[in-house]
Design a protein around this ligand. Sequence first.
Ligand SMILES: C[S@@+](CC[C@H](N)C(=O)[O-])C[C@H]1O[C@@H](n2cnc3c(N)ncnc32)[C@H](O)[C@@H]1O
Ligand SMILES: [Zn+2]
Length: 415
Amino acid sequence: MKIIIKSNDNLKTGENNFPNFPIEVVTEGTTLIIVPKLEAYVEKTWEYAPSKAPVFYNPTMELNRDIAVLALQTYQRTADKEISVCEPLTGCGIRGIRFAREVNGVQKIVVNDINLKAAKLAKLNAERNKLAERVLVMNEDANLLLSRYAAPRKRYDYIDVDPFGSPAPYLDSAVRALRHGGLLALTATDLAPLCGVHPKACVRKYGGRPLRTGYCHELAVRLLVGCLTMTAAKHEKGVETMFSHSTDHYIRTYAVVHRGAKQSDKSVLKMGYILHCFACFHREVSKGIFPPWKRECTECGSKLNVAGPLWLGKIFDKEFCALMAEEVAGRNLGREKRILKLLSLVRKEADAPVTYYAMDKICDKLNLRIPPLTKTMDELRGAGFQAVPTHFNSRGIRTDASAKTVKEIITRLAA
Ligand SMILES: C[S@@+](CC[C@H](N)C(=O)[O-])C[C@H]1O[C@@H](n2cnc3c(N)ncnc32)[C@H](O)[C@@H]1O
Ligand SMILES: [Zn+2]
């Protein structure tokens, strides 16, 4: 039986004075979108307006969406073909509609939300942008929608999972609905579990243990990619991370998913653990899916703490980031400068060692003032080590020097 999927009948927008709640029109990139008027939904200044409104819209995620436009265009240009896109948790439709308007080579887009009002607003936004032909709006559970597209020739080239909290509940169906060589984008806003404030929740959702280290945001990305890797492995698929970033209250990763048991095995080999000493800042990696036996710090003899299993492979692709930066000009992106700075930092750290030293954490512990970052990096390089900044932390340094050497240099500079 052939299943024909069409936009749900209950999404008619021209009746009942829809939208019958306070709205306004905003511009992101070159797209105009109707969104709920957030100030109408908060009584106290500290209330979180996006989740109080009848349809979700978060203006602070503009940078997240801007970067998604750049990543999708870069992916499309590299693939050099017309692509299909799915945004299964769309809110007011702003992300998917921006893809349709601002990214060349996007043939069709399906946007979906389980909230009827959200789906209706997304449909209205698609119509107002004259995209009704190319943007199909659905109103159902994201996993149901993705599962329907899991069959050969129905799959998508790009899926963007941007949920409340964790993307983990959608990983299986997203991986299944992604075409061979397709790009999967994931947002995770549940940083309390991923950064080790609620470790049990992290184990539950991501199958790995977090640690509250100075580089916990990098661990968060590695736990997310690790979870994706093991999910993809179940479906005999492998993962190649093209770009990741940690910004404001969320982390984000973009990974190409390849079909095949060999690809999958290759990815699983990049899983492992990071061992960390809270007494002296020493850290080391332990490769392989099985937990390491070693639990004693080689530098000071204290107990080593273990994060993982997580992804130890690359979390950025230098070439992909360079192409993303080339896409920035002429797009009217709200945070152009910030994006260019982020892309430049990521290119610098793309091939540098796993984990970074957070200078403020070290100086706090040693009771020292924080020396200038550039000076510390110069000293490290002068001593023959690699030293680069990181976008994860403006006071972070990636280096192959040991914790002992880093502390010696900081102490000297702070004297
Ligand atoms: C963080 S918001 C999406 C924001 C949007 N991606 C953007 O860029 O503005 C998450 C959305 O997922 C929707 N949602 C929650 N659970 C869902 C489910 N199981 N299936 C489909 N949509 C769901 C919510 O109604 C909400 O609109
Ligand atoms: Zn130690």
